[in-house]
Design a protein around this ligand. Structure first.
Ligand code: C2O
Ligand code: CU
Ligand code: CU
Length: 473
């Protein structure tokens, strides 16, 4: 096994310059980064890990001295970081104390459709929903958020979201001390009304594009680095904005994982693009005593691309030496031979000229199938997320994707006017009556109906599967 000395690649010391103009006001980066608490309950006598989750109203001080009305899970804003191991039996007890119905969807989790928390699993005010499943997928950074049809943008924007980390015994030697050298970074943009409250008016083509960028709900955050290498699990939890992330001094760092788990090997980059719903795991090296900003650069996307400072890292005068970065992270089998190709034409707010219909099954897929899904974007940029599956990006306009996008994924950016081909691997939980979703993860577009439904059925029964969903139960 070969090891790379990552610190050798870390570049120069930068003293808090950066010149971002996107964030309003002069950002001092004096607020300690909020680290969402971990929720990792001990299994009960029946071996099931039960996670109590409460959707609740709150107030959060996103800007100093200006508390705003928010929603959160077990807290005022955002939710805890859930943690489970491959093989764990988990149960979520989701209690809705809000004044309106919502759902909680496990984005990136491979589970039976009834447990998925999509628009068919509404939780009415006062009710508790208790899905239960066995975690059976490689280590990954997944996340959770509401999915009520037509209301997802507002519910996520108000603060309902959190990370769900999956561990695996086969985990390689990456930094893994949560909150110390393994740090969640949930990136979200907000805008505020004159009275100081959150502005959730979703005008425009893409909906909300805020002028204040928060990390884990903290505006102008800093984080003290205490190790020579640190791992950051970056989630774009924004409604629409696409970020082009890198360090202010343009240092090289490594992408080690994406939505569905680790890459084959660390990929050195200076920037990566991340669209809503995507996760990118990186490992960066630090020099003792340095300060450096993580930023979003003015990239080439048409969805809110701009120059924004996100967070300041302050390295301690003495850093604990980290283990070298493993040369190999995961064994990824090449995508299986596809049995079918489906084409999805992404229009302004529709897919294949159709809008979401809760009663219509758009696609019927055989359990365990490998298929090509071809996305043909004929308008401005979108992205595309498929529930339950993992996919590999085969090509973007006929070209291989950048190396750090070649790992397992569940959400992909589809730039304006491009064709993206995915090799999709479907799971084996069959349920001909309960659909999973695929959709644009620009939440305004999803709410406008840029979403479709598929069911997974026993192989050979595709043709006599009903194409309508009964909404009674
Ligand atoms: Cu992150 Cu269907 O959602
Ligand atoms: Cu999802
Ligand atoms: Cu879209």
């Amino acid at each position: 096994r070969s090891f790379l000395a990552l610190t050798a690649l870390a570049a120069f010391t930068v003293t808090g310059c950066g010149g971002g103009q996107g964030n309003v006001g002069s950002l001092e980066f004096t607020a300690p980064l909020h680290i969402p608490p971990v929720l990792d309950p001990a299994p009960g006598p029946d071996g099931v890990k039960r996670f109590p989750l409460r959707l609740q109203e709150g107030r959060a001080e996103m800007r100093p001295g200006k508390p705003v009305g928010t929603w959160g899970i077990n807290g005022d804003y955002l939710g805890p970081t859930l943690r489970a191991k491959r093989g764990d039996r988990v149960a979520m007890n989701v209690t809705n104390t809000l004044g309106e119905a919502s759902t909680l969807h496990w984005h990136g989790m491979r589970l039976p459709a009834k447990m998925d928390g999509g628009p068919h699993q509404m939780i009415n005010p006062g009710d508790t929903w208790s899905p239960e499943w066995t975690v059976d997928q490689p280590a990954a950074t997944t996340w959770y958020h509401p999915h009520p049809h037509g209301q997802t943008a507002r519910h996520v924007y108000r603060g309902l979201a959190g990370m769900f980390l999956i561990d695996d015994d086969k985990d390689v030697a990456l930094p893994r001390t949560y909150g110390t050298d393994d740090i969640p970074l949930v990136i979200q943009d907000k805008k505020f009304k004159d009275d100081g409250e959150l502005n959730d008016n979703t005008g425009g083509t893409f909906g909300i594009l805020g002028d204040h960028i928060l990390v884990n709900g903290t505006y102008g955050p800093y984080f003290q680095v205490t190790t020579t290498n640190a791992r950051f699990r970056v989630l774009n939890g924004s409604n629409a904005r696409v970020y082009d992330i890198g360090f202010a001094d343009d240092r090289t760092f490594h992408v080690v994982g994406g939505d569905g788990g680790l890459l084959e090997k660390p990929v050195p980059v200076r920037r990566f693009q991340i669209s809503p719903g995507e996760r990118v795991e990186i490992v960066a090296g630090f020099q003792p005593g340095e300060q450096v900003l993580l930023k979003s650069f003015d990239g080439d996307s048409d969805i809110g691309s701009g120059d924004f400072d996100l967070i300041k890292f302050t390295a301690a005068e003495r850093l604990k030496p980290s283990a070298g970065l493993p040369g190999r992270l995961a064994d990824l089998a090449p995508p299986a031979k596809p049995t079918k190709t489906r084409t999805f034409r992404l229009g302004g707010s529709n897919i294949n000229s159709r809008n979401m219909d809760m009663t219509r099954i758009d696609e019927v897929v055989a359990a365990g199938a490998s298929e090509i899904w071809e996305l043909d974007n004929v308008t401005y940029s979108h992205n595309f997320h498929i529930h339950e599956v993992v996919f590999r990006v085969l090509d973007i306009d006929g070209e291989q994707p950048p190396e750090h996008l070649r790992g397992p994924k569940d959400t992909v950016f589809v730039p304006s006017g491009t064709k993206v081909r995915l090799a999709v691997e479907f799971g084996r939980h069959t349920d001909p009556k309960t659909p999973y979703m695929y959709h644009c993860h620009i939440l305004k577009h999803e709410d406008q109906g840029m979403m479709g439904q598929f069911v997974i059925v026993p192989p050979g029964t595709e043709d006599h599967t009903s194409r309508t969903v009964s909404m009674s139960g």
